[in-house]
Design a protein around this ligand. Structure first.
Ligand SMILES: *Cc1c(COP(=O)(O)O)cnc(C)c1O
Length: 413
């Protein structure tokens, strides 16, 4: 039997408990949506203030050189590289995930000029599928959905010598089901396919070893578990061995070998800078700096263990406190096959989530009928899980879906 007391004592011996101070969270709010928008790092406002007042206000144009603005994409890329097992010089921060995926798929296709098929998971985050559709030289073949045991049905049958590129998310955004990045990468390589991983829902909560697993390309965002703020730029990883072999299609001046030579012909930079396109949003980049800073000195194995424990506790408490109500687990049963979220199918999911937000418990809703709760182990406590499940029980008991106000659809769910 789990009790509030048990949760309190788990918080007391949590090796990550001090990390919560690195964030500025509203009092009394239980925030289980760090997989959608990470919490505000306590250092962010000060860092942005200095950038605005000093670097921009006083330094003006000279800050491109003197304040390190020019190098931000690679400096921050290397910092993210440390979280995803990428040696320096292979990761840059720039653009959105969608844009970076376009570059990656394009470059990956060039590695297999005699093949045209791109295989992707049928229920991946839609932008990934839209982008593949937009890469005109490819023919798309979708896989059937990911199973709740974390495997992809049909992957092995799909993989043959005609496949050029495989695009997959390590953790599925809806169900949280996690793939074995090393094993799947090997299976793709066995048929000569190039692999592009989307790390949006895994970076920052799962130890990742891109270099060791011989991953070819990866993309990910910084505003989810990496806490870098709304719309913060994304990142792209390209393995060293592919850097000089292929180019990306968005050949803007920022990727040129010498942007300030103003040559009339494009010559790509020989390093990861060739994946840049145009001028970076410096203010947002400074927020990425603050976001990555929240991981300073943090042991990713401890993060993963706590993430698993929080998810297990959530599922167990749902069984203990809410068994009589109408919901089912949409995530894998086995917590080791989940990322850092749990999802529940529930007929009244949308209204339930709105009512929970009203009670200070923030999760989110994804079609069709999925209530999603994410756990950022740097700031979510075990007592938060307890309180969240108590609130869910109250919402079920009160049948909140009968209240008009909770049924009105908002633009962003
Ligand atoms: C969040 C997310 C994105 C976001 O793409 P943007 O272009 O940065 O808006 C893309 N793919 C996946 C899997 C995501 O979870």
């Amino acid at each position: 039997m789990l009790t509030l007391e048990v949760c309190r004592s788990l918080d007391q011996c949590d090796p990550l408990r001090e990390c919560r101070r690195r964030f500025s969270l509203p009092d009394g709010l239980i925030y289980l949506d760090g997989n959608s928008l990470g919490a505000l790092p306590a250092a962010a406002a000060g860092m942005l203030h200095d950038t605005v007042e000093e670097e921009w206000g006083q330094g003006l144009i000279s800050s491109w050189n003197d304040a390190g603005w020019f190098d931000l994409p690679v400096a921050l890329g290397d910092a993210i590289g440390e979280l995803i097992g990428a040696g320096s010089g292979q990761t840059v921060v720039c653009d959105s995930v969608s844009t970076n995926l376009f570059k990656a798929v394009h470059a990956a296709l060039q590695l297999r000029p005699d093949r045209h098929t791109v295989v992707a998971e049928g229920n991946n985050f839609p932008t990934d599928l839209y982008i593949i559709e937009g890469v005109k030289s490819s023919s798309k073949r979708e896989l059937v959905p990911r199973l709740t045991d974390g495997t992809l049905r049909g992957l092995d049958e799909c993989l043959d010598q005609s496949v050029a590129v495989v695009v997959l998310s390590q953790v599925n955004f809806q169900t949280g089901a996690m793939l074995d990045l090393e094993r799947v990468t090997r299976a793709c390589h066995d048929v000569g396919a190039v692999v592009v991983w989307d790390l949006c829902h895994s970076a920052g909560v799962i130890p990742i070893a891109l270099d060791d697993c011989l991953v070819d390309f990866a993309v990910g965002c910084t505003y989810k578990f990496l806490n870098s703020g709304p719309g913060a730029p994304a990142y792209i990883y390209v393995a060293d061995r592919h850097l000089l072999t292929v180019s990306q299609p968005l050949s803007g001046w920022w990727g040129h070998v010498d942007p300030f030579a103003f040559e009339l012909r494009y010559r790509p930079n020989s390093g990861i800078r060739r994946y840049l396109c145009g001028t970076q949003p410096v203010l947002s980049m400074q927020a990425v700096h603050a976001g990555i800073g929240t991981y300073c000195g943090v042991d990713m194995d401890q993060v993963r263990e706590k993430s698993i424990a929080l998810g297990e506790m959530f599922v167990n408490l749902m069984g203990q406190e809410c068994q009589q109500f109408d919901w089912t687990l949409a995530s894998p049963d086995n917590s080791r096959l989940r990322g850092s979220q749990v999802s529940f199918r529930c007929k009244h999911g949308y209204a339930m989530i709105q009512a929970l937000i009203d009670r200070g418990v923030v999760g989110d809703y994804r079609e069709p009928g999925i209530m999603r709760f994410g756990f950022s182990p740097l700031y979510v406590r075990y007592v938060d899980i307890w309180e969240a499940v108590q609130a869910i029980r109250a919402c079920f008991q009160e049948k909140v879906w009968l209240q008009e106000e909770y049924l009105r659809r908002k633009t962003v769910t």
